[in-house]
Design a protein around this ligand. Structure first.
Ligand SMILES: *[C@@H]1O[C@H](CO)[C@@H](O)[C@H](O)[C@H]1NC(C)=O
Ligand SMILES: *[C@@H]1O[C@H](CO)[C@@H](O)[C@H](O)[C@H]1NC(C)=O
Ligand SMILES: *[C@@H]1O[C@H](CO)[C@@H](O)[C@H](O)[C@H]1NC(C)=O
Ligand SMILES: *[C@@H]1O[C@H](CO)[C@@H](O)[C@H](O)[C@H]1NC(C)=O
Length: 358
């Protein structure tokens, strides 16, 4: 039996596949390529290597700091650097750690694998979180007044992103300006927020850098004193409505009183005509010649008869009532008969007095 490649296409394909993957396995991956971490924390990198490799090296800040042989112990220049397989016994993944990162460690971190693999470079960013403070504390202003807040951030690296919120809602960035200045290896910045005070709110200034998971903040409360004019408008509205209501009530009251009085008037007239008749009868029987008990001299505060107890009515008749004595006198000179006086007062109400002289 003779062997020929032509008669074994399957073997040919397998060979081509192995040769191809052999070339691919000469590559490796480094992750992450651009990490940002806070000074003092740890940062980890992973190198994933395909195929057989022998030695891996790590450079930080231009110095070779660590060597990883695939089949023996890791050698490190310092305790700050360590490495190991991602999982026990799996040489295809190596984890490199920089402990307690400092600003000196920032820059390129290079991983190289001996042989055809070459090297990969990541950029390490070491950041610092400083302080945030809104100057001046809580603020009290009149409504609609322009209010200004200053937020100062100190000792950040790099320049922090500053933003503002009002009751947890982001404030439009057109309302504030932020400027920064370098202070040695750090940055200070000042953000000025201006807006018109409308209502009581909690104003917060936030500062952050990429490495910070929770932004830092400072908050103050804005107390807005309502405009006094708003109260005068409210009072004016209340007063005008109240006034209108009172006027309507007054008019209704007047109409009601007028109707009431008219009714009373007609009742009184009926009563009077009845009394005139009754008293005429009594008078003729009585022998004592004196003024009828039903008559009261005018000008007195005690009011009688009961039909005249409406004080307004009684007082309105004051001037006319003074004429009564004359009328009585003239009656006395006359035939001594009972008489009913009908006079008209200023308001047009008719007044009836009944006087009996015997
Ligand atoms: C500012 O206002 C807040 C809430 O109203 C209060 O808790 C805080 O004590 C105030 N701060 C100062 C300095 O008055
Ligand atoms: C911010 O304000 C500007 C100008 O007043 C406006 O054009 C813009 O739409 C606002 N942005 C947001 C997110 O409200
Ligand atoms: C921000 O600065 C610009 C230019 O200096 C200025 O025109 C603008 O009014 C400022 N805005 C605020 C909110 O201070
Ligand atoms: C930055 O802020 C600190 C603390 O407020 C201050 O001492 C320092 O002078 C500031 N630096 C600059 C450049 O303004």
């Amino acid at each position: 039996m003779t062997f020929s490649w032509e008669s074994q296409p399957m073997l040919l394909h397998i060979c081509l596949f192995l040769c191809t993957t052999g070339v691919v396995s000469r590559q490796f991956q480094l992750q992450p390529l651009n990490p940002a971490v806070l000074q003092g924390s740890d940062v980890q990198f992973r190198a994933t290597v395909e195929g057989n490799w022998q030695i891996m090296t790590w450079d930080v800040g231009g110095l070779l700091v660590l060597t990883v042989p695939v089949d023996s112990n890791v050698t490190s220049s310092s305790r700050q650097f360590s490495a190991g397989f991602c999982s026990v016994g799996n040489s295809s993944c190596v984890e490199f750690t920089i402990h307690n990162v400092s600003r000196r460690d920032a820059g390129p971190v290079i991983c190289a694998v001996q042989g055809d693999y070459g090297d990969k470079t990541a950029q390490l960013n070491v950041q610092e979180s400083g302080t945030v403070n809104i100057l001046g504390g809580n603020v009290t202003v009149d409504q609609d007044q322009q209010v200004e807040f200053q937020c100062v951030t100190t000792a950040w690296f790099p320049i922090p992103t500053v933003s503002w919120t009002q009751d947890s809602h982001a404030i439009n960035s057109t309302l504030y300006n932020t400027s920064s200045m370098a202070d040695g290896d750090y940055f200070n910045s000042t953000s000025v927020l201006k807006f018109q005070a409308v209502k009581n709110t909690m104003v917060e200034c936030w500062a952050t850098v990429a490495a910070l998971t929770n932004p830092q903040s400072s908050s103050v409360s804005l107390v807005v004193v309502p405009k006094p004019t708003d109260w005068t408008v409210l009072i004016a509205v209340v007063v005008s409505f109240g006034g209108a209501a009172l006027l309507v009530l007054l008019i209704l009251g007047i109409i009601f009183c007028y109707k009431c009085r008219k009714e009373k008037q007609s009742n009184y007239q009926d009563e009077i005509s009845r009394r005139v008749w009754t008293q005429s009868q009594i008078s003729t029987v009585s022998a004592a010649g004196q003024a009828n008990a039903g008559f009261e001299p005018d000008g007195q505060t005690s009011v009688a008869p009961s039909e005249l107890t409406d004080s307004g009515f009684y007082q309105a008749n004051g001037p006319i009532a003074h004429e009564m004595p004359d009328i009585i006198n003239s009656d006395q000179t006359g035939n001594g008969y009972n008489s009913a006086q009908h006079t008209l007062d200023g308001t047009g109400f008719r007044k009836h007095r009944h006087v009996t002289i015997v």
